[in-house]
Write a protein that binds this ligand. Structure first.
Ligand code: SF4
Length: 694
């Protein structure tokens, strides 16, 4: 062990990986981080961390970092290193020319769930106030946009209802489409600690996840559903609760509309929703569904956690609403140990949504057509604003292929690797006149860019991240940006070249503007965060120190709303050509497309993506562990090694997407959630056949 002795200084900051938002003390020697120590007073992590936050920060100073801006006329030209002035002038001139040639709606932005609140706020402001349109979207489009829609409709606000501390008071956890011990490890550990103390566990997931094997835990049920049938299973749980009268009538009468619930009850009680009726479709034994429904409804305090296995489906929004129905009908909302908690994948998914990154909403989830909100921003920003919702990411791609969308500013997001149907994405980017990528590395999207603006890492910037429990944590600069600028400064420089006239001296001034214009952030300031560590929004006059639990005395929308959740089969069907269903997920040591973790020692834990396949499917194809296979879908194909395992059911295969060589999204389809266009990453019909390797 290297003894690095006493650090010269300690800077308190926040992990830039997952939505748990662990606090860390960065131990510094000069401009060098020598150790990251999880903060004991971190309210999300209480001194704990995982292998990513603690050890995988070396990417920030990796030799692959792009530190000089680069431009090129055409994407077939070689990159040319230029000064910041030259790069920004080139970008601004091309964007303006594109608007002159194709109209003001021909350009847009994509914000990042990895960047700070202050940075995403400025990027969406760039689109609305400088470009003059609402063409702003975020990478949350491809992960948790159905959460925004589903919880907004049922509860009235788009956020997790409880804090992580609430886990310690729960009697039962229902985990749907989430793998917390890999995806959200500190929360996963807290769940395991609670399971060891006797809480029950129900996991609804096509794959057997590690949390089911927690040592010394009590009751644990696994409902191994067929990918794509979430709505049928969750509605079947509701069927059991209503037909066996396990609902909480007092709560429903007080907090919801009883007549509306009676109508919902008639719907859920229909025989077609019974566990026995949906067993053949979902592949979950009916007795397990009945047992799970009774356990959830009878637990004194039951909580629901869900992840991308819920949202990344053609019925993602419907499943979120079905989950909300379960919590409301059993009174499991508004008190410790209960709740509906979306586990956010990236560090600032919650924040980027809060900050108005979606094309139809200003910060704080206020629609662009709302005259009062628009008037407020017109006054503060000093420009007229459009009342028309802008383009979502998939619309940007479709319009690009039709020649109507010609310019994109993409900050901190590798859309080529992380969006579905890669060929569609690259064709759309190739059809644009100006693509500006702002990132730490020359990522896959940069292959289609005309301008590369070097980004700054979380260690080089000030700002805030908002975690999955709505907790606003400070990010503090530990070192001078190696590229010369923090990301928010780059956006400001670009905006000013296009007539923005912005003069923010520091991210604190941006947060002050956010607080001034966003009611749920009205009480947030850097002074408060420095004083108390972190706060959960809403933080305002009514809740000066924030709000750990939401919907305590009433739902944000007034009465909680029950929504009929009819199962509709995905368009993605198996058949003779594509007989297996591929679903995707993450592993503990790696993070998303791996741009960061692959540039750290963590790579030794997971050097390549592997395809998990059931023994019977492997035998049918003559496969042995470690063999190469070709995975082909209607969209494309890739090559992987196989691991033969009973973690997945017959007919289902599973892989991660951390390595660009694999490009798992080459095979995923362009099906998407009916309400939000969130891609259906979790269900792809594929064929798996032996291969000689890539
Ligand atoms: Fe915490 Fe998530 Fe970072 Fe791990 S990756 S240290 S769980 S915030």
């Amino acid at each position: 062990v290297l003894d690095i002795g006493t650090p010269e200084r300690i800077v308190k900051t926040t992990c830039a990986y997952c939505g748990v938002g662990c606090s860390f003390d960065a131990h510094m020697r000069g401009e060098q981080v020598v150790r990251m120590v999880p903060s004991k007073d971190g309210k999300a992590n209480h001194g704990h961390s995982c292998v990513k936050g603690r050890f995988a920060w070396g990417y920030a100073t990796h030799r692959d970092r792009i530190l000089k801006p680069m431009i090129r006329e055409k994407i077939t030209d070689p990159w040319q290193e230029v000064s910041w002035d030259e790069a920004l002038d080139f970008a601004a001139t091309r964007l303006r020319q594109t608007q002159a040639d194709f109209g003001k709606d021909s350009i847009g932005v994509i914000t990042s769930s990895r960047c700070t609140n202050e940075e995403t706020y400025l990027v969406q402001k760039l689109a609305r106030a400088v470009f003059g349109n609402n063409n702003t979207d975020t990478c949350a489009r491809v992960c948790h946009s159905p959460t925004g829609y589903g919880l907004g409709k049922t509860f009235g606000t788009s956020a997790g209802t409880h804090d992580f501390d609430s886990i310690e008071e729960t009697d039962l956890m229902l985990i749907i489409g989430a793998n917390p011990t890999d995806g959200h490890p500190v929360v996963g550990s807290r769940m395991r600690a609670r399971l060891r103390k006797g809480a029950g566990l129900i996991v609804v997931d096509p794959r057997r996840t590690d949390i089911l094997d927690t040592p010394h835990m009590g009751m644990g049920l696994h409902l191994p559903l067929r990918p794509g049938t979430n709505v049928a299973v969750v509605t079947a749980l509701a069927h059991v609760i209503v037909t066996e009268k396990l609902y909480d009538e007092e709560f429903i009468r007080e907090r919801c509309d009883w007549n509306e619930f009676k109508e919902y009850m008639e719907f859920a009680a229909l025989p077609k929703h019974s566990p026995e009726e949906v067993e053949a479709l979902c592949k979950v034994p009916a007795h397990l569904v009945r047992e799970a429904a009774r356990a959830y409804a009878k637990a004194p305090r039951a909580s629901i956690f869900y992840g991308l296995g819920v949202t990344e489906h053609s019925q993602g929004s419907t499943t979120v609403m079905a989950i909300a129905n379960l919590a409301m009908m059993t009174g499991n909302i508004g008190k410790n140990g209960t709740g509906v908690n979306p586990l956010r994948g990236q560090n600032n998914v919650q924040g980027s949504c809060d900050m108005g990154s979606f094309p139809h909403e200003y910060p704080g989830y206020r629609h662009v057509s709302d005259p009062a909100t628009r008037a407020l921003y017109e006054r503060v920003w000093g420009v007229p604003l459009s009342d028309e919702p802008g383009l979502r990411i998939p619309n940007m791609f479709d319009f690009a292929l039709q020649g109507k969308f010609k310019g994109l500013y993409c900050q901190g997001e590798d859309i080529v690797q992380s969006d579905p149907d890669t060929k569609h994405v690259t064709s759309a980017l190739s059809a644009m006149d100006i693509v500006i990528v702002q990132d730490l590395f020359l990522n896959e999207t940069a292959n289609y860019a005309h301008v590369l603006l070097p980004g700054s890492s979380f260690l080089e910037k000030d700002g805030t991240f908002t975690n999955a429990e709505r907790r606003i944590n400070r990010v503090r600069r530990t070192m001078t940006p190696k590229n010369g600028y923090e990301d928010w400064e780059i956006t400001q420089l670009l905006a000013n070249r296009m007539g923005g006239n912005w003069s923010y001296p520091h991210p604190e001034a941006i947060m002050d503007e956010i607080a001034m214009t966003t009611p749920s952030f009205a009480g947030v300031s850097y002074a408060l965060l420095d004083e108390v560590g972190s706060v959960q929004w809403p933080c305002n006059e009514a809740a000066p120190l924030g709000t750990p639990l939401m919907h305590v005395d009433g739902f944000v929308r007034g009465k909680g709303k029950f929504i009929h959740t009819e199962y509709v089969a995905t368009d993605e069907r198996t058949g003779a050509r594509f007989p297996l269903l591929l679903t995707t997920g993450r592993i503990l040591s790696q993070y998303n497309v791996g741009a960061q973790t692959r540039r750290t020692e963590n790579t030794v834990f997971h050097p390549e993506d592997i395809l998990e396949i059931h023994p019977s499917d492997a035998e049918n194809r003559g496969l042995r562990n470690g063999d190469w296979v070709r995975v082909a879908s209607r969209s494309g194909d890739t090559t992987l090694r196989v691991e033969i395992t009973e973690r997945v059911a017959p007919g289902v295969v599973y892989t991660t997407f951390h390595h660009p060589t694999t490009q798992a999204n080459v095979v995923t389809t362009d099906n998407s959630d009916w309400a939000t266009n969130c891609p259906e990453f979790k269900v792809t019909a594929v064929q798996v056949s032996p291969s000689n390797g890539p």
